[in-house]
Design a protein around this ligand. Structure first.
Ligand code: NDP
Ligand code: 8X3
Length: 252
């Protein structure tokens, strides 16, 4: 029986690619997201390809009550979580601070910080009881640097970096590993969401250079979770070869 991994935000991009790769490598999966049709499609794809049962949980991580009810289903089914991948997240807008929209700020703060906390609180309590576990927070280059007009998104990812350190300190005595995975530009639905599904604007973000693909981060996550028990990858920054820092690109 392989380990069980809970991946938040598995309906697209990094979360989906990670689900497919981990399943191929023998992990059992619990997948979450708001778009239930996509979750159901991924469940049947994985179950038919890899002959593994997948539990899907359809909820919005911004809603604390919905999150608690959804996670209770895991216990009701006598399942457990060995590895938590806090992946669900988004950027909304790209504006100077004085032009920012409060609704965008709330969406990012509620998803990237508060949602991550709601999930981590419950799952870390289960891990503490067992005296083992591994939490992987998907942060960003935006958690290490602040770029023009990235203000609130960068602040949420700086918060993820800080929470990763805080979790590691508090959970150390319980034998729980905590890792931060920080990607540079990855071509997913991220920019479509950021620019409200303006495809032309989203495509420009990745034009003229080869970005990372979701599979590149899935590979990194597989590496992180498959280290021996005595090894922890604290923090890993993965960049496209054509990107340096947050805003320097070698575009052709
Ligand atoms: P995608 O937009 O492709 O995927 C985001 C995932 O998050 C979706 O599955 C979405 O599911 C889920 N999600 C968003 N909001 C919520 C919510 N309120 N409740 C539940 N699930 C939610 O983007 P990526 O794969 O690129 O992003 C994954 C993570 O990687 C994010 O944390 C992002 O900040 C981070 N990242 C991305 C980079 C990039 O360049 N793409 C670089 C660095 C970090 P649904 O909409 O179905 O709920
Ligand atoms: C996503 C990468 O640089 O677009 O976290 O913010 S960036």
């Amino acid at each position: 029986m392989g380990k069980t991994v809970l991946i938040t935000g598995a309906t697209s991009g990094i979360g989906k690619a990670t689900a497919l790769l981990l399943s191929e490598n023998g992990y059992n999966l619990i997948l979450t997201g708001r778009r239930n049709d996509r979750l159901a499609g991924l469940k049947s794809e994985i179950e038919s390809k890899y002959k593994k049962t997948v539990l899907i949980l359809n909820f919005d991580i911004r809603n604390r009550e919905e999150t608690e009810i959804a996670l209770q289903k895991i216990k009701d089914l006598n399942m457990d979580v060995d590895i938590l991948i806090n992946n669900a997240g988004l950027a909304a807008g790209l504006n100077d601070i004085n032009d920012g929209l409060a609704d965008d700020w709330e969406r990012m703060i509620d998803t990237n910080i508060k949602g991550l906390l709601y999930i981590s609180r419950i799952i870390s309590q289960w891990m503490v009881k067992k005296g083992r576990g591994h939490i992987i927070n998907i942060s960003s280059i935006a958690g290490k640097e602040t770029y023009p007009m990235g203000n609130v998104y960068c602040a949420t990812k700086h918060a993820v970096q800080s929470l990763t350190k805080g979790m590691r300190l508090d959970l150390l005595k319980h034998g729980i590993k905590v890792t931060s995975v920080c990607p540079g530009a990855v071509e997913t639905e991220f920019s479509l969401v950021r620019f409200n599904w303006d495809r032309e604007r989203a495509e420009k973000v990745y034009s003229g250079f080869t970005p990372l693909y979701a599979n590149d981060i899935a590979d990194t996550i597989l590496f992180v979770i498959s280290r021996p028990d005595h090894v922890n990858i604290d923090d890993i920054l993965v960049m496209p070869a054509a990107q340096a820092y947050s805003r320097d690109f070698n575009r052709k």
